[in-house]
Write a protein that binds this ligand. Structure first.
Ligand code: FES
Length: 339
């Protein structure tokens, strides 16, 4: 327990080896999400009833009013809403966690742009907020569709579910991408309202795997890798983490390199390797050359023992995947996401 004013309690999940710590001032839902648990919830404010759990042992207190009405039967069974209750002792709970991407419904949410940061002429980082009453439920590594005045594109989320209402996207200025064009034409700016539909995709973490985790990103393919690594950290996964970040050699360094380096401080067993790739931007066939340069920079002794997550353009993925599978990687270890 931390101190007299802010006690911390242990929340144990029955039928599951998972447990997490939660302050007496936080709802059990907030505590669980912060520790990377994929919990069922929608509104976070006591309206929808999606966050029902059953108290098996210990004590809780209601910290928020809720409009959702639990039946007498539910109350007698010890059921309560996790978004409106905090622990007052160590507790044991019975609840269903989200098992896989199929159990998350597609959501349509109006989001508001909080900030647009232009990293250079053709890369922007956009931060948006969901309404407090409608947080996006997703698994780290997934993507969503964003629409602004009829311009729709699909992007991976760079944030982790543990970041709550704040979502981040890394967007390259591609002429064929109408949403990106609106962004770089400054039509999308702070306070703009955007429609979000998602989540989509199956680029998610193998949470129960004990293998080391190796991640390879090409340029802005860093976005979903960031989501996965930060989710692994919030889950306190002990697996060693190796991150290879390939980027165009004509840029000085990968665009958020300090962020990638800062993971060294929070993870005991983390290795970061930047890979500067020389290629001709005007020559589409150079994807093979890029794949070869990435492959030559990898430590195959590590890669072949790891779960390997790769986020890169489809053409690079095809060549790199072939090289890896020919050189000892088992197909079941490769998790790939085209950007
Ligand atoms: S999340 Fe809706 S009631 Fe708790």
């Amino acid at each position: 327990m931390a101190n007299m004013h802010n006690q911390i309690f242990n929340i144990q999940l029955k039928n599951n080896k998972r447990n997490f710590e939660c302050s007496e001032n936080d709802s059990i839902l907030e505590g669980g999400l912060r520790h990377g648990l994929a919990m069922h919830y929608e509104c976070s404010n006591g309206t929808c009833g999606a966050c029902v759990a059953k108290l098996v042992d210990g004590d809780i207190k209601q910290i928020k009013h809720h409009d959702f009405i639990l039946s007498d039967d539910q109350k007698n069974q010890g059921e309560f809403l996790m978004c409106c209750n905090a622990p007052t002792a160590d507790v044991e709970l019975e609840l269903d966690l989200i098992g896989d991407v199929k159990s998350i419904a597609i959501q349509n949410i109006e989001i508001k742009v909080k900030k647009v940061s232009f990293i250079n002429d053709n890369l922007a980082i956009i931060t948006v907020r969901t309404p407090r009453s409608k947080t996006l439920q997703f698994m780290a590594g997934q993507d969503v569709e964003l629409s602004f005045k009829g311009n729709t594109s699909r992007y991976p989320l760079a944030s982790c579910p543990c970041h709550g209402m704040e979502l981040e996207f890394h967007i390259r200025n591609m002429p064929e991408d109408a949403f990106a064009t609106a962004l770089f034409d400054k039509k999308i700016k702070s306070k703009s309202v955007i429609d979000l539909e998602g989540p989509k995709g199956i680029f998610v973490l193998k949470e129960s795997s004990t293998r080391p985790m190796a991640f390879i990103a090409w340029d802005s393919g860093f976005a979903p890798i960031r989501s996965l690594v930060e989710h692994a950290f919030s889950l306190e996964m002990p697996n060693p983490v190796y991150f290879y970040w390939a980027y165009p050699a004509d840029e000085q360094s990968p665009y958020l390199e300090n962020h990638a380096k800062s993971w060294q401080v929070i993870m005991d067993d983390y290795t970061y390797t930047p890979i500067a790739c020389k290629f001709d931007r005007s020559n589409k066939n150079d994807c093979q050359k890029v794949a070869k340069q990435i492959f030559n920079s990898l430590d195959l002794n590590i890669i072949n023992q790891s779960d390997l997550y790769v986020s890169a353009p489809a053409e690079v993925l095809i060549y790199l995947g072939e090289l890896l599978l020919e050189n000892g990687l088992n197909e079941s270890q490769l998790i790939a996401s085209p950007i």
